[in-house]
Design a protein around this ligand. Structure first.
Ligand code: ADP
Ligand code: DAR
Length: 382
C-alpha cells in the first residue's frame, strides 16, 4: 500500500474515525478481481472503466469504510451494467474519502474540471430577479423544474441503510415537511399505501420517481422497497419532495411554461424552510453529499421540457450548444429515456465547483441560446 494511502489511513476529517482500516471479506476480494477483469475486457467506456486502472484498483481493493463499504459496493452497478455512463456510487459519505483516488478523478471528469484540490463554494442562491422567463410567449418550453438533493447527517446511503434507517429518515423528513408554510403546504404519500394506478399517474405526470431503474437496483439501492419511500406534494402539484429514492431527500419545484424565476424562488424558499429542521450531510470540499457523484456540490438540476422541432432535425447543432453551455440533453422521461413527441429534457450538467445560482444560470443561458438557434434555424444570414 502506497505511503499516500497509509497517510490517508490517519484520522479522517469526515467520519472522525480511522478510515480505510478493516478486513475486506475474502469473497468480496474475489468479486473485485472478477469485476476488474470484466471491466478490462468490456468494450464500453464508462467513467468507472476509464479511471479504474490497475494501480488505483490495487490501492483500493483492501480498503473499507466504517460502515463496511468496500470498493465492490461502490462499483458493482457499473460492472453489472456495462452501459453505465458513470458506473459508480458512494454507499456512504466516507466512501468519497476512503476511495478518493477513484472518486476524485471521476468527479473531475464529469463536472468539467473540479480537481481534487478544488473546494465547493459556500451555498449561494443568488438574485432570482436576474433570471428571466425563458419563453414568455409559451412557444417552446413545456415546463420548467429545479431540484436539489440532500442526505441526512448520521445515516449511510441506500446500500448500507437498514430497514430502521429508511423508517427513521422518512419520519424525520416528513416531520419537517409538516411545518412548511404558504404554497409549500401539502400532504405526504407513502409509496407503500399508494395504488398502482395513482403511482402510474404521478410518474406519467413526471411528479413521482420511476421504479425499477436497473442501475440503482444493481447498486443495492432498493433494499426493503417500498418501506420508507414516498412523495410529499403541495396542493398545486408544483412542489414535491421525494423521500428515500436515490437520495434521502430530493426537493423539487416545477411549473408548466418557462417561468424559471417563479420555479427557482419556490425551491429557494423550500430549502430555507426545510434546512431549519434537518441536519444535512455537507463536506467542506465536496459540498452537499449524495449517493451518486454526479449530484455532489450544489446537487442542483435545473431543467426544461422543451420542443425544438428545427434543432431536433440537426442534433449536431443541438450538441454544439449543449457542450458550449455545459448542458445535458436527455429523453422526455429523464435519464436513460427516449425523446417523445419532440420534447427534450435539457438541464445543467455541472453541479459542483459552482454556486447554486451559477448552476441554474448555466441552464438559463443555454436554453435562451437554444431558443435563439431554433428561431434562426434555416434562416439564411444576410
Ligand atoms: P433528476 O432529473 O431529478 O435527476 P430523473 O432524471 O429521474 O431525476 O427525472 C425525474 C423526473 O422529472 C422524470 O420524470 C423527468 O421526466 C422529470 N422532469 C425533469 N425535468 C422536467 C421538466 N422540466 N418538466 C417536467 N418534468 C421534468
Ligand atoms: N445510471 C448511472 C448513474 C448516472 C447518473 N444518474 C443518476 N445518479 N441518477 C450511470 O452510471 O449511468
Amino acid at each position: 500500500m502506497s505511503s499516500a494511502t497509509n497517510e490517508k489511513l490517519k484520522q479522517c476529517n469526515m467520519c472522525h474515525t480511522v478510515c480505510g482500516k478493516g478486513k475486506v471479506p475474502e469473497e468480496v476480494v474475489q468479486e473485485l478481481d472478477d469485476a476488474f477483469e470484466c471491466l478490462e475486457s468490456s468494450p464500453i467506456m464508462s467513467l468507472l472503466k476509464k479511471h479504474l486502472n490497475k494501480n488505483v484498483f490495487d490501492e483500493l481493493k483492501d480498503l473499507i469504510t466504517p460502515y463496511g463499504s468496500t470498493l465492490w459496493d461502490c462499483i458493482k452497478s457499473g460492472v453489472v451494467n456495462l452501459d453505465s455512463g458513470v458506473g459508480i456510487y458512494a454507499p456512504d459519505a466516507q466512501a468519497y474519502h476512503v476511495f478518493d483516488i477513484l472518486f476524485d478523478n471521476i468527479i473531475e471528469d464529469y463536472h468539467n474540471g473540479f480537481k481534487y484540490t478544488d473546494k465547493q463554494p459556500l451555498p449561494d442562491w443568488g438574485k432570482v430577479s436576474t433570471l428571466q422567463n425563458l419563453d414568455p410567449l409559451g412557444r417552446y418550453v413545456v415546463s420548467t423544474r429545479v431540484r436539489c438533493g440532500r442526505s441526512l447527517e448520521g445515516y449511510p446511503f441506500n446500500p448500507k441503510m437498514k430497514e430502521d434507517d429508511y423508517v427513521a429518515v422518512e419520519k424525520k423528513v416528513t416531520n419537517a415537511l409538516r411545518e412548511l408554510k404558504g404554497d409549500l403546504k401539502g400532504v405526504y404519500y407513502p409509496l407503500a399505501d399508494m395504488s398502482p394506478e395513482v403511482q402510474k399517474k404521478l410518474t406519467t405526470d413526471h411528479l413521482l420517481f420511476k421504479e425499477g431503474d436497473k442501475y440503482l437496483e444493481a447498486a443495492d439501492a432498493n433494499h426493503y422497497w417500498p418501506v420508507g419511500r414516498g412523495i410529499f406534494l403541495n396542493n398545486e402539484n408544483t412542489f414535491m419532495v421525494w423521500v428515500n429514492e436515490e437520495d434521502h431527500v430530493r426537493i423539487i419545484s416545477m411549473n408548466e411554461g418557462g417561468n424559471l424565476p417563479k420555479v427557482y424562488s419556490r425551491l429557494v424558499e423550500a430549502v430555507r424552510q426545510i434546512e431549519k429542521r434537518l441536519a444535512f450531510a455537507r463536506s467542506v470540499r465536496l459540498g452537499y453529499l449524495t449517493f451518486c457523484p454526479t449530484n455532489l456540490g450544489t446537487t442542483i438540476r435545473a431543467s426544461v421540457h422543451i420542443k425544438l422541432p428545427n434543432l431536433g432535425k440537426d442534433t449536431e447543432e443541438l450538441e454544439l450548444v449543449a457542450d458550449e453551455f455545459h448542458l445535458q440533453v436527455r429523453g422526455t422521461g429523464g435519464e436513460h429515456t427516449e425523446v417523445k413527441d419532440g420534447i427534450y429534457d435539457v438541464s445543467n450538467k455541472r453541479r459542483i465547483g459552482l454556486t447554486e445560482y451559477e448552476a441554474v444560470k448555466e441552464m438559463h443561458d443555454g436554453v435562451l441560446e437554444l431558443i435563439k438557434r431554433e428561431q434562426e434555424f434555416g434562416v439564411v444570414k444576410k
